[in-house]
Design a binder for this molecule. Sequence first.
Ligand code: HEC
Length: 102
Amino acid sequence: MKKFWFTAVAALAVLAFVGTADAGGDAAAGAKKAKSCAGCHGKKGEGKKKNPPLAGMDEAKFVKAMQDYKSGAKKHKMMQKFSKKLSDADFANLAAHYKGLK
Ligand code: HEC
């Protein structure tokens, strides 16, 4: 029985790794979270008026921007409010999602 669990856990770990190998984040999970961002940044991250586009944005830059809003290093009322509700894993997932949009 022990061996079964070891195999199951190892298989899941491999799946998780393969699924995120190139992106670092999970784009499908990011897409769900992105629903609350679409009102400002657009359904496809195309940007609207004063809200910058996010589509195709470099993932590292995206995550850094979100962390900076969360920490307060970067100031913007709405973005600080939104980033505070999200974790680093959410940032990575959102980054992967937006990176894949055009
Ligand atoms: C109420 C409108 C609004 C909502 C909702 C919103 N944003 Fe923003 N976002 C902005 C504005 C405006 C800026 C530009 C702020 C600035 O000048 O720093 C911005 C900036 C950003 C940036 C930095 C872009 C860059 O080029 O540096 C990222 C990344 C970002 N938003 C992601 C998100 C994500 C992810 C969500 C959803 C969880 C979200 N935003 C929700 C208005 C919004």
